[in-house]
Design a protein around this ligand. Structure first.
Ligand SMILES: Cc1cc2nc3c(=O)[nH]c(=O)nc-3n(C[C@H](O)[C@H](O)[C@H](O)COP(=O)(O)O)c2cc1C
Length: 360
């Protein structure tokens, strides 16, 4: 355990290349050299969704723990859930380095990692090891799955992953929105999406617990126009998807981004994606009549940002980029802020705030 405040460690981490800094962080987490914070244990923040109990609504987004190596450490830092992955069936190296970039002025990140990961076998062994541990912290573990770069039949990869991991997942996120795997975002088109979800549902019926199957969530890009959003909303309702994860990184480049950084290829995350993602959450909440649970992500760096996403329609929230700038204290801090915000608005439970920005 290492309980140094993040502001002490941050200068050393930020002196390193972003991916190197991440590797150092992961190595500390895996070796128990991580801070532990007393998780906020307040019934007003406990969320029950898909028959799963989330101790609080603040989760760590996919991409941080790609190989499921630090589940325990992450939950001990006060997160109510962690989404591990994206895992692909075969291990792959991803794109050439450097492939992750910071813009500290705008608290932004660009990445074009391209799903580097150690593959299904290592991932599965890590998840199994975690679940076998005694005295596990409370918390939910979602598995984020994707396809290998050289796969020409995407559904085959998603199904292979569900077949192998079906008994281990608290929930599955189907990642069809990373901008760094050629062709992946085409799976968001209606016919492709319907066919993919059909195959995934068949696989789930074969490979998962019949009485309590893991919910299937679809993770979408923020770069969808209104027509596409409409079409996808109808499709996911029709296909019986269990929830949406909104959103992944954006290909947009607002003018104010720092010179040099702005021209890097890849997906932009952090503060610059915040309002866009909140807008999409609101749109999908309305398009699905408030009936499809949403995990809201994109540029959340404090309780007010999280609360905005919740009022827009998110039942749970996640973050990644803000950890780079504010450190692991963030999960507990956001929980505390949320409790204050609920009290201020007179809500006795977080679920009462969901979607209150709209009149349905
Ligand atoms: C370095 C990096 C790697 C990421 N890798 C993945 C990934 O493997 N799978 C995925 O679904 N999302 C991935 N994401 C996207 C995040 O999960 C999240 O959707 C996005 O960054 C917006 O949230 P944020 O602004 O809080 O970072 C990645 C993001 C970053 C910054």
């Amino acid at each position: 355990m290492l309980n140094l405040p993040f502001k002490v460690i941050k200068p050393a981490l930020h002196a390193l290349d972003p991916e190197k800094a991440h590797m150092v962080t992961m190595s500390a987490l895996k070796n128990g050299l991580h801070p532990t914070f007393k998780a906020i244990n307040d019934p007003r923040l406990q969320v029950t969704l898909w028959n799963r109990n989330f101790p609080n609504p603040v989760g760590l987004a996919a991409g941080f723990d790609k190989n499921a190596e630090a589940i325990e450490a992450i939950l001990k830092m006060g997160f109510g859930f962690t989404e591990v992955g994206t895992v692909t069936p075969k291990s792959q190296d991803g794109n050439p380095r450097p492939r992750v970039f910071r813009d500290p002025i705008n608290e932004a990140v660009i990445n074009r990692m391209g799903f580097p990961n150690k593959g299904l076998d290592v991932f599965k062994a890590n998840v199994m090891t975690y679940f076998k541990k005694a005295n596990r912290p409370h918390g939910i573990v979602g598995l984020n799955i994707g396809m290998n770069k050289d796969q020409t039949e995407p559904a085959n990869d998603y199904c292979a992953l569900i077949e192998s991991l079906g008994q281990l997942a608290d929930y599955f996120t189907i990642n069809i929105s990373s901008p760094n795997t050629p062709g992946l975002r085409n799976l968001q088109q209606r016919d492709n999406l319907l066919a993919l979800i059909g195959r995934i549902h068949e696989q789930r019926a074969k490979s998962c617990d019949q009485d309590d199957p893991p919910p299937i969530l679809i993770k979408l890009a923020p770069d969808l126009d209104e027509t596409q959003q409409n079409e996808i909303a109808q499709t996911v309702i029709e296909a019986g998807v269990d929830g949406l994860v909104l959103t992944n990184t954006t290909l947009e480049r607002p003018d104010y981004l720092s010179t040099g950084f702005k021209d890097e290829m890849g997906g932009l995350s952090g503060m610059p994606v915040r309002d866009k993602s909140t807008q999409i959450i609101g749109n999908f909440y309305k398009l699905t009549h408030g009936r499809m649970p949403i995990i809201g992500i994109g540029g959340i760096s404090n309780g007010a940002d999280a609360y905005e996403k919740i009022k827009a329609g998110a039942s749970l929230i996640q973050l990644y980029s803000a950890l780079v700038y504010h450190g692991p204290e963030l999960a507990v801090k956001i929980c505390k802020d949320l409790l204050d915000l609920l009290e201020k608005d007179g809500f006795d439970h977080i679920s009462k705030a969901v979607g209150t920005a709209h009149k349905l």
